[in-house]
Design a protein around this ligand. Structure first.
Ligand SMILES: [Zn+2]
Length: 304
């Protein structure tokens, strides 16, 4: 069974009775009322936050994500790829390990976009070192049909593994540009590789009631990757720094919708939970010892 589509747009439903059964996140049923994932520009931020802390918290957050936004699409992707119905004996849902892997890939890609959008070459290298050395290319969701791209990625990884410090950064005249080209190549491979079912539609009616171009993404995970592509496009097209930022509390990248934002955006109509946690921690540090609050703060680190 594939996800049912609105004629204009991909719509999804919140889930009820969500639990992990045999390593798979399953839902009893879905809410009747649909929502449009395309109207949520910070969906990649919410999804990447699943892996912003410890492993156990990550499991709980993955379940919470499915509760709030619905199944992310493993079943639909599997059926599309295998062209056979879902096997009846297998629980129908998103395997937990797959969800966590996707969340890590989205976080990795979002951090590349953040560094690139702020023209931070050292940041790009740091993100690559933290992610590429430990994990395989496939695990990170870097998919490309182009063997040259794959080869290129492997050679970068080898380079990163060999060199402790990127001393060449800032020496060669075009070193920075090379690093940015590398980041762009990876972003393209990851976003395109994970949006195979996304296709443009000529028009849709926007929430404002006016016409605008539309994109149909059949699964929630493809919506998340497509949004990530939009983050990268927004940052490059506008050429402004600071459009994608790292949350001051949990280190997860988010798309800035208000210039003053410093934390992950909260649920609609509510404040940022990261902002709340940050202020609470700062207050506690201040109460502990007046005059040393600055130090106490720095000693205490966020989940990242
Ligand atoms: Zn945050």
């Amino acid at each position: 069974m594939t996800t049912e589509l609105d004629p204009q747009e991909s719509v999804f439903r919140k889930a009820v009775g969500v639990e992990v059964r045999g390593g798979v996140i399953v839902a009893k049923r879905l809410y009747a009322r649909p929502y449009r994932a395309s109207d949520k520009p910070n969906l990649p931020n919410v999804f990447a936050r699943i892996v912003a802390g410890g492993e156990k918290a990550a499991e709980e957050r993955a379940v919470e994500f499915v509760r709030r936004y619905g199944p992310i699409g493993y079943v639909s992707l599997w059926v599309r790829e295998h062209k056979t119905p879902w096997p009846a004996e297998v629980p129908k849902g998103d395997p937990l390990a797959w969800v966590l892997g996707q969340a890590r890939s989205v976080r990795f890609c979002a951090r590349l976009i953040e560094s690139l959008s702020n023209l931070d070459a050292r940041g790009v290298v740091r993100v690559l070192r933290e992610n590429l050395v430990e994990r395989s290319v496939t695990e990170l969701g870097i998919q490309s049909d182009d063997p040259e791209v794959k080869e290129q990625v492997f050679s970068w990884i080898e380079g990163i593994k060999r060199t402790d410090q990127f001393v060449w950064l800032g020496r060669a005249a075009n070193a920075r540009e090379k690093v940015f080209a590398m980041a762009r190549q990876l972003i393209v491979a990851m976003v395109n590789g994970n949006t195979q079912g996304v296709r443009p539609r000529a028009l849709r009616i926007a929430p404002s009631g006016r016409l605008e171009p539309a994109v149909v993404a059949p699964t929630l995970i493809e919506n998340i990757w497509w949004k990530l592509g939009e983050w990268a496009l927004t940052a490059e097209a506008r050429g402004e720094r600071g459009l994608v930022r790292l949350c001051k509390e949990c280190g997860t990248p988010f798309l800035v919708t208000d210039r003053r934002q410093e934390f992950c955006p909260g649920p609609p109509g509510q404040g940022s939970t990261c902002g709340y946690r940050y202020r609470k921690r700062r207050l506690r540090a201040r109460q502990k010892g007046s005059g040393t609050d600055g130090q106490a703060e720095e000693g205490e680190e966020g989940p990242e």
